[in-house]
Design a protein around this ligand. Structure first.
Ligand code: ZN
Length: 313
């Protein structure tokens, strides 16, 4: 089972969250048909989104990470709900550049470094809170660390890893995020830096040990206290209604052309590959609604007469 575990340490001056996400990253890989490098790039971004989303307090909040580094993979998008359940996609999942000299997957070469990492937090207000930073390495974890430190002004350390089997499936995935609270003493920063420098390779810990080992190594000497554990999974909330809503946003001309073609259209969800079919009559209704710019209402079932909703007493 995939999960996020939270802990506090050093008298509350340090917070740490660990994510175990092998199943959800494998699901993402299978849905999108990712190469090992694309699976690592998407998987790391999904883990980061899950860690940040899970930390949001507001109910129904959502968090989106967008990475566009000018590399061959194109854009990476990962969306999390406030529990840390995530979905994501990449522009080109077939990218697989040669490995790095140290034998590791070359995520940085696939993502590129000429671009931005953008995080948008939607907490139900009219406009989401959006922050962004320039990419450092395209390796994701370093970029997330820079974003949190520069844009959100929280001293942070982040490590993310995806381990791929010889057959291309995901063996282990996950990582951690450590953040310092205001007033944290300088020695704490030194200790954490040294612990992280000395720790075993992340993917090795993720594939061979339980999460306790990550807390033990990263928070060594800092008296970690485990706070809570929550399950996370790959989850897409798409539905016929949401897809219809999306169709309402497409260009009028494109919609007219689809209607003229006289055939049902099939729309595929970018995140989970679910397919939704819309008939020409449904497309016409969408076009009419678009002209009138009235909010979406569900289509009446065949044979059902149009209803006028009256306010409930
Ligand atoms: Zn979907």
């Amino acid at each position: 089972m995939d999960k996020i575990i939270r802990a506090t340490a050093a008298d509350g001056f340090a917070k740490m969250a660990v994510i175990h996400a092998g199943n959800l990253v494998e699901k993402a890989r299978a849905i999108h048909g990712c190469t090992p490098t694309a699976a690592a790039a998407l998987g790391r971004t999904l883990c980061a989104a899950s860690l940040l989303g899970n930390a949001m307090k507001e109910e129904d909040a959502a968090l989106t990470i967008r990475i566009h580094g000018g590399g061959p993979i194109g854009s990476i998008i990962a969306v999390s709900d406030c529990e840390g359940n995530v979905r994501g996609c990449v522009s080109d999942a077939s990218v697989d550049p040669p490995r790095r000299p140290d034998g590791k997957l070359n995520v940085g070469a696939a993502v590129g470094t000429d671009g931005m990492l953008t995080v948008s937090r939607d907490i139900g207000l009219r406009t989401p809170y959006i922050g962004s930073t320039e990419l450092v390495s395209g390796e994701i974890a370093e970029d997330i660390t820079r974003y949190l430190t520069e844009s959100e002004q929280i001293p942070s350390a982040c490590a993310l890893g995806v381990l791929v089997n010889a057959d291309g499936t995901v063996r282990a995935a996950g990582g951690f995020l450590v953040q310092l609270m205001p007033g944290a003493p300088d020695e704490l920063i030194d200790t954490l830096e040294e612990n992280i420098f000395m720790m075993d390779q992340l993917t090795l810990i993720l594939s061979e040990d339980d999460e306790q080992e990550l807390f033990r190594q990263v928070l060594k000497g800092l008296d970690p206290q485990i706070l809570e554990e929550s399950p996370v999974e790959y989850r897409c909330p798409c539905s016929p209604e949401r897809m219809e809503e999306a169709l309402t946003c497409i260009d009028k001309q494109d919609l007219a052309e689809m209607i003229d073609a006289g055939e049902d259209i099939e729309v595929c969800c970018d995140f989970c590959a679910s397919r939704y079919v819309f008939t020409v009559n449904q497309l016409k209704a969408i076009a009419v609604r678009k002209m009138l710019t009235i909010p979406a209402v569900p289509f009446p079932e065949e044979g059902e007469t149009d209803r006028v909703d009256t306010p409930q007493q």
